[in-house]
Design a protein around this ligand. Sequence first.
Ligand SMILES: *Cc1c(COP(=O)(O)O)cnc(C)c1O
Length: 419
Amino acid sequence: MNRMSVLEVLASTAKELDARDKLAYLRERFCIPAGRVYLDGNSLGVLPRAMTKGVVQLIETEWGEDLISSWNSHGWIDSPERLGERLAPLLGAGPGQVLCTDSISVNVFKLLATALDLQPDRRIILLEANEFPTDRYIAQGLAQLLGAQRCEVREVASEELIDSLTTDVAVVLLSEVNYRTGRRHNKRLINDAAHHAGVMTCWDVAHSAGAMPVDFDATGVDFGVGCGYKFLNGGPGAPAFLYVAKRHQNKVNQPLSGWLGHQSPFDFERSYTAANGVLQYQTGTPSILAMRALDIALDCFDGVSLTALRDKSVALCAFFIEALTTQCEFESLRVITPALAVDRGSQVAVCHPKAYAIAQDLIERGIVVDFRAPDIVRFGFAPMYNTFNDAYEALNALAELLKYETYLAARFQIRAKVT
Ligand SMILES: *Cc1c(COP(=O)(O)O)cnc(C)c1O
């Protein structure tokens, strides 16, 4: 087959798959910029259609008119707890274990400190060498604060993870889905191995929540974190969440002991008494505008089966990977995302020496992707709103730019601050 016919076949396959997609109706819940294919929902989710009206209403009536009484009358004060409970079903978590607050970075700090405190005779925080930087930086910062006697960060290659669960390890901090490769860990397998070795687990589900079922309780997760602005579509800088398994609650105090994690903040007591359960993981005043935005975004998940979302995500990635790995148009690209669906998340990562320029060329062609140093282009597939035709459009643009080498143009070589 010549180039056109390969792409024609892909186009018609995509059309058929879209016609059969039972979740296609969900796309209507979002504002998708016209003329663009958005494949970056794993970095910043798109704008939910109901957002503007909902946030404006909060501003005009709750803030504008009811002002400070809204902390009580509109339940502002309870929003971290209430949103935590709203997120819990998306995380496979029973009640009283999830709190919506702060950023992943801050939450990782609180949870690693908790894990170390729960195990005074263990001092190692174990990480994968290719972990998302903030998780590593925070672990390093905590280790520095506590001193080498008490805490040290140990980084190992993914393949060495299980063998590295030694008797000095307090906690292993892991992303379920790797932000670069899209490789997905088996949480149950690692939790079982960790617990067998007396090690606690802290899972970062930044790239899982909202794209697939996240089974925190059923797989025996000890601690968890994730963010609101990726597949949950809560908007730039949306509040993050944390999970503390019931069995680890009320035993130690987390170190960022702010007033809103106090048992009774409005008694203004001189000394700190931690609130019950997961509520002590709140530190300061929540951003109500951001909390409401996430709340509105979560409405989009009402009535949506997470299993169906996962199935669609798997199918989108499979369609994309299949084309990239079997058609000679794409032979200069190397797919580093696992071929096996259970081993991957909801993105496809490809390597190329000119990955940055290719990403810029794609963006100029209306295919919004991102670049991760040194040589990765990421294609994020958000099953809530992406279509098989989106995947086809990306393939078509890729084939075109590779064939004519348009990505070599000088303007595609200039690095921006955010990539
Ligand atoms: C996006 C992402 C974060 C972001 O952390 P913030 O503190 O919320 O900015 C953290 N970890 C992983 C794995 C991520 O993908």
